[in-house]
Design a protein around this ligand. Structure first.
Ligand SMILES: Cc1cc2nc3c(=O)[nH]c(=O)nc-3n(C[C@H](O)[C@H](O)[C@H](O)COP(=O)(O)OP(=O)(O)OC[C@H]3O[C@@H](n4cnc5c(N)ncnc54)[C@H](O)[C@@H]3O)c2cc1C
Length: 397
């Protein structure tokens, strides 16, 4: 908890001004802390009279940062293949490792995973830690958490990256908590300071209105998750050489309170806007569910998939799995056609790295035009059918 030393506090208000959570108020010349305090420590750092201290949330490894070295990527193995986000993480991990002059390692768990080590090396890993065991065939949060925690304790990497996938989101926070390490979720950019190894973790904050760069100065490892399609993978180089390290763990590492009876791929999972090369996306400008019929026709002509803004999803015109943006999915297609979407920051963060963006909007001042490669100012109900017709004509249909 955050303790105020009343003898030392001079009621200057610097802590109150620096608290991002409105958790401190100066009352009668002394700082008073309320329930909003998250123990972030911002106030402790700025308190000149040293009247504030945090107790009971010790910052581990404070003195031993130098003992942690190397960049790790958790390579997720799902349905018999490595998840694409793992290669994207190796792409950014390679840059971090080269800046620091340390090895880049991938960690892969599962049954029959050893064969995938070569792919991870071809895409940037110097080493691959393989835990190949039938007891890891099914994802179980407690076992995956324990195995990764154990490997991290044994090898002490300075950085651990994982995909912000359903699996990553569920067990990585548990690992960070067990290690008393910092974790930044959903990073959109990662960099590292060469001299002290500080991972600079950038992500949208305060509803996407600012981009915050977060550091974890006191704890190791520095842990971050990154959504699929945010970072670019390296081209696969089959000539790259690396080391495969097989890890054997004692039986107790695999004990679980969970028994998986069956694993069924839901029908919903088959629509994956993150894998589509072409997305035709609709927003509130479509006016109703029927508007999506126009987009489906265009998408069909282009061999693409339909996606949407949150406004369209919230209106119930299309299911959530189609939503692009901060609280939806991040996509990086070759072509993104935004129809009747204003381009709010929370939408833009999910699609702005698309190769080509075409925006159709009747408001020439809509922010979507700031990020569009091509902009069509006009009524989507005229433009979209025309586009579909033209494409059909060009195909001679
Ligand atoms: C914490 C938080 C998280 C959020 N997460 C997301 C997210 O993940 N994804 C997301 O999309 N949003 C998200 N939002 C919401 C976001 O702020 C916007 O409200 C939303 O993106 C707006 O959707 P829209 O562009 O479809 O609607 P609007 O902003 O209402 O824009 C509709 C556009 O359609 C145009 N238009 C209307 N009729 C026509 C026509 N006939 N022809 C051509 N153009 C037309 C209008 O000019 C307008 O620009 C989030 C918000 C918050 C606070």
């Amino acid at each position: 908890m955050l303790i105020v030393d009343k003898e030392k506090c001079i009621g200057c208000g610097v802590c109150e001004a620096n608290c991002p959570f409105g958790a401190i108020t100066v009352i009668d010349g002394c700082a008073v802390v309320n329930d909003l305090c998250t123990l972030c420590g911002s106030c402790v750092e700025v308190c000149e009279p040293q009247a504030l201290r945090i107790e009971g949330a010790e910052k581990n490894n404070r003195a031993n940062l130098d003992e942690w070295s190397g960049i790790w990527v958790f390579a997720e193995f799902r349905h018999g293949v490595i998840a694409p986000v793992s290669f994207e993480l190796l792409g950014v991990g390679r840059k971090l490792a080269d800046t620091r002059g340390v090895p880049l390692s991938a960690v892969v768990f599962g049954k029959g995973v050893e064969a995938s080590a070569g792919e991870l090396i071809a895409c940037g890993a110097d080493q691959v830690y393989v835990v190949d065991d039938p007891r890891l065939a099914q994802y179980r949060e407690d076992v995956f958490g324990r195995v990764l925690e154990r490997l991290i304790r044994d090898h002490q990497p300075e950085v651990v990256l994982a995909g912000a996938t359903a699996i990553g989101r569920s067990f990585i926070p548990q690992v960070a908590n067990a290690l008393n390490a910092g974790l930044t979720a959903d990073c959109t950019h990662l960099d590292i300071r060469r001299e002290d190894g500080m991972l600079l973790q950038t992500r949208p904050a305060f509803g996407g209105n600012i981009m915050a760069t977060i550091e974890c100065p006191h704890s190791r490892p520095q842990m971050a998750t990154v959504r699929p399609k945010v970072m670019a993978p390296l081209p696969s180089d089959q000539a790259r050489q690396g080391e495969v390290i097989r890890v054997e763990l004692p039986d107790e590492a695999f004990l679980s309170r969970v028994e998986v009876l069956e694993s069924v791929l839901s029908k919903q999972d088959k629509v994956n806007i993150q894998e589509a090369d072409i997305l035709v996306s609709g927003g509130r400008g479509l006016e109703s569910e029927k508007g999506f019929a126009l987009l489906r026709e265009l998408a069909e002509e282009l061999g693409g998939t339909v996606s949407a803004s949150r406004a369209a999803v919230d209106a119930g015109w299309i299911p959530y799995r189609h939503q692009v943006g901060q609280t939806g999915k991040t996509v990086c297609p070759k072509l993104y056609i935004a129809c009747g979407i204003s381009g709010a920051i929370q939408h833009a963060v999910g699609m702005q790295s698309a190769e080509t963006i075409v925006a159709i909007n009747r408001d020439e001042n809509a922010p979507i035009f700031d990020i569009a490669t091509y902009g069509l100012v006009g009524d989507l109900f005229e433009i979209v059918p025309l586009l579909t017709k033209k494409i059909r004509e060009n195909r001679g249909q």
